[in-house]
Design a protein around this ligand. Structure first.
Ligand SMILES: *Cc1c(COP(=O)(O)O)cnc(C)c1O
Length: 382
């Protein structure tokens, strides 16, 4: 039997041990953590919708109408008109014929990749893709080939080397630990040239990028022809829970038949789907949230540059500060905590060895004063 205690001790010794913080109260920029009031810069609630009163009301009204549990999977009798309406609204939002809800983004990625690829096929993934995309590749039993981050030439070379196989190219839209945007125009060109499908997981781009919050495909003005498989999650900028894939009629019908993490799981509570419908409306209408984020990001980058901090090449609300050493990243995060500022230190294996970082994220609910306080504190502790 595996020696769990020894493995846990090793993680502690190597400063890789993970612990959970207990949050008391709703998600927001001000968090009560173990009785301490903290200013948080680590949520994915980029638009500040997670605790929006209209969202809470949609969920309460939803629970009054639908109860709590969906009762079954979508293919048995768990697929309500709330789920269906959300799918139709997501299809319209993404400008694609159909959308399909999944219970989580993790499951969406596992389900889609494993349904589309199998033994003998090839899945090409950006080296920095989210764990769920890599796990989807493993689950599919296809041969996985990882290409260097954002390197379209490297991808093209790998594709040429396997000309006769079925292939899928998979990338994050916005990379979750770096904040940069995938070079989608170049990737779509390569995928089209090789007549293979491109799958983009835009968990961190939806709501944030594009004039209407349509994410990286709106940012680059790409259609279904360019990105035939488009994944989004509802737990980040949407401030709700769940995930979706948007694409052609055939893609969605195929996934309903074949994607096991879709078929063999209970449908989301309909009240959650109602909350997501409200969030989709807020996300499209409250443009000021995206504009505010851009102002905060510029303000932060300007200030961090003046302090000589090592920013990464990001125009999104994910603004990591590269530290390098695990212990140093932990020590800075700890000092920030003592000043009531919450920022998580991200270490291997989530990021590559020697690239530990403080993953600073912004929300439309932050103020310029909040950012100033962060900058002043960083000046003291780095
Ligand atoms: C968060 C995230 C997921 C997982 O989505 P969940 O709905 O939280 O399971 C998938 N892909 C990317 C890129 C993510 O950042």
């Amino acid at each position: 039997m595996k020696d769990l205690a020894a493995e846990l001790k090793r993680l502690q010794d190597e400063h890789l041990y993970r612990r959970r913080r207990i949050i008391d109260g709703p998600q927001g920029v001000h968090l009560n953590v173990n009785g301490q009031q903290m200013l948080s810069f680590c949520s994915n609630d980029y638009l500040g919708l997670a605790n929006h009163p209209e969202m809470a009301k949609a969920m309460q009204d939803g629970a009054a109408r639908w109860g709590v549990g969906s009762g079954a999977s979508h293919l048995v009798n768990g697929h309500s008109s709330a789920h269906h309406a959300l799918e139709e609204e997501l299809a319209a939002f993404t400008g694609r014929p159909r959308a399909l809800l999944f219970s989580t983004g993790y499951m969406a990625n596992m389900g889609i990749i494993a349904a589309l690829c199998g033994r003998g096929d090839f899945v090409f993934e950006d080296r920095l893709n989210h764990a769920s995309l890599l796990d989807g590749g493993l689950l599919s039993q296809a041969r996985m080939q990882r290409f260097s981050h954002g390197d379209t030439d490297a991808l093209a070379q790998k594709l040429a080397a396997h000309a006769d196989s079925e292939k899928l190219v998979v990338t994050d839209g916005v990379f979750s630990m770096d904040g940069d945007i995938a070079p989608l125009p170049e990737l779509t060109a390569v995928a089209k040239q090789h007549k293979i499908w491109l799958m983009v997981d835009d968990a961190h781009g939806f709501g944030v990028l594009g004039k209407n919050g349509g994410g990286c495909v709106e940012h680059f003005a790409l259609g279904m022809n360019d990105v035939p498989i488009l994944v989004g999650t509802l737990g980040k900028a949407f401030g709700s829970f769940g995930a979706f894939v948007a694409g052609s009629e055939e893609l969605i019908e195929y996934l309903i038949q074949k994607a096991r993490p879709y078929i063999y799981t209970t449908a989301l509570p309909p009240a959650v789907a109602e909350a997501s419908r409200t969030s989709l409306k807020l996300l499209q209408t409250e443009n000021w949230r995206r504009e505010k984020l851009q102002t905060l990001i510029k303000h932060f980058r300007h200030g961090a540059n003046e302090l000589g901090l090592q920013l990464m090449d990001s125009e999104t609300p994910i603004q990591p500060l590269l530290i390098g050493d695990n212990n140093k990243a932990m020590a800075i995060s700890e000092k920030l905590l003592q000043q009531d500022i919450l920022i998580s230190a991200i270490r291997p294996p989530t990021v590559a060895e020697g690239t530990a970082r403080l993953r600073v994220t912004f929300s439309a609910e932050h103020t310029e004063e909040n950012v100033n306080r962060l900058l002043n504190t960083l000046e003291q502790v780095t």
